[in-house]
Design a protein around this ligand. Structure first.
Ligand SMILES: N[C@@H](CCC(=O)N[C@@H](CS)C(=O)NCC(=O)O)C(=O)O
Length: 128
């Protein structure tokens, strides 16, 4: 399966400008030089497409690749690294132990830092 010569319209990202999770995915796509269509979401009035493609969490980012949605920023970043493995820079290190350490710190930032910055209550987005 050749992911190298993907037409730009095959890749779509649902995001929101202020989201650090979305930014992380945009960095990953940029490291790989992947062209994509960006769709800005209003999180107080989510699009039908977003709700359909991420009906479990209903959050951005969601990457749509060949019509198949991938959600959760960590999962998307690793997917991008693997789907375009021979293109651009490597995102995660090759060594299994180094990969584990990289994932450890990603999780640490999510759990300890982001949780304090981003909160959603009553379907409203709060920025502390
Ligand atoms: N664990 C998710 C977190 C994504 C997330 O929290 N997205 C926020 C924007 S920063 C969102 O879509 N909030 C809308 C909501 O919770 O209704 C990831 O890593 O992708």
């Amino acid at each position: 399966d050749d992911h190298q010569e993907e037409a730009p319209e095959q890749v779509k990202l649902f995001g929101m400008w202020a989201s650090p999770y979305v930014l992380k995915v945009r960095w990953a796509l940029s490291i790989k030089g992947v062209e994509y269509e960006y769709v800005e979401e209003d999180l107080r009035n989510k699009s039908h497409d977003l709700l359909e493609h991420n009906h479990v969490h209903k959050k951005v980012p969601v990457l749509l690749y060949r019509g198949i949605p991938v959600a959760e920023s960590d999962v998307i970043v690793e997917f991008v690294d693997e789907a375009w493995s021979h293109r651009g820079g490597r995102i995660l290190p090759d060594d299994p132990h180094e990969r584990a350490m990289a994932r450890f710190w990603v999780r640490f930032v999510h759990d300890k830092v982001s949780a304090q910055l981003w909160r959603t209550e009553d379907k409203r987005l709060h920025v502390a």
